[in-house]
Write a protein that binds this ligand. Structure first.
Ligand code: CA
Length: 247
């Protein structure tokens, strides 16, 4: 059976928001490499910014060494790059006391033909809009979302909890980390959103769904999402990376 070739297009916007003095989010993507990454850094002083930027840079540096013939399978290469990014952040924090404890979330897509892998550490999220319906593909590694999954807390309580910032898995805070990996088959028209919690804390999924359902260029859609999150409060840095699968 002939399978349609899928092409990907992408666009991203990051914004400091309205309350934070700096932007500790970072993103990077390469349609050629089939890899798309959003990171949300944490740590005192400028440490969060260093951690998220280092993570994105390290992932793409490693992927660029994948070799001319792409002999390493894409998922393996992505997992190895994430491990290396973890080591780079961790060892830098060990060497510099001011950076001690810094870390970052990471949510990534690795796409090869119709095969899509979503890799996740922390509480940045990946969503997919398919046939007008928005679905969250990742599970947050956060204390409150784990409580929700165990039935001990409602979504509303999680959003209001003073512990909502506590994440249970991060890149760079320990010598080893394993991302969650989800595998999907892309359908033409699928629209993937990678975003930091600065978006999802401000906008309910219903609003994200209706925004993404508009037939507009990805750059316009991502800008509009960020603007909507700023209008809703903009308490945190906001990053949106959109990836569309087209025939
Ligand atoms: Ca954040």
């Amino acid at each position: 059976m002939a399978t349609a070739v899928v092409h990907y297009t992408a666009a991203a916007v990051t914004d400091r928001g309205r309350k934070r003095p700096s932007n500790e989010d970072a993103f990077g993507f390469s349609v050629e490499a089939g890899v798309y990454v959003v990171c949300d850094g944490m740590g005192g002083a400028a440490a969060g910014e260093i951690a998220s930027t280092l993570a994105v840079d390290e992932v793409f540096r490693l992927l660029s060494q994948r070799g001319e013939n792409n002999e390493t399978p894409l998922l393996t290469a992505a997992e190895e790059a994430i491990c290396a990014a973890n080591e780079a952040i961790y060892s830098r924090a060990q060497r510099n006391r001011r950076l001690s404890g810094m870390g970052t979330t990471l949510v990534a897509i690795a796409a090869e033909e119709r095969r899509v892998w979503v890799l996740n550490i922390g509480d940045s999220r990946c969503y997919r809009l398919r046939d007008g319906r928005l679905e969250q593909l990742t599970q947050d590694h956060s204390l409150v979302e784990e409580q929700v999954r165990m039935g001990r807390m409602t979504h509303g309580e999680a959003l209001r909890s003073p512990l909502r910032n506590v994440i249970t898995r991060a890149l760079g805070t320990q010598c080893q980390v394993t991302p969650d990996v989800f595998e999907f088959e892309a359908e033409p028209g699928d629209l993937f959103l990678l975003c930091s919690d600065g978006l999802t804390r401000e906008l309910p999924d219903t609003v994200i769904q209706s925004q993404l359902s508009q037939e507009l260029p990805l750059s316009v859609l991502s800008s509009r999402l960020v603007e909507a999150a700023k209008k809703a409060g903009g308490h945190d840095n906001i990053t949106c990376l959109l990836v569309r699968a087209d025939v």
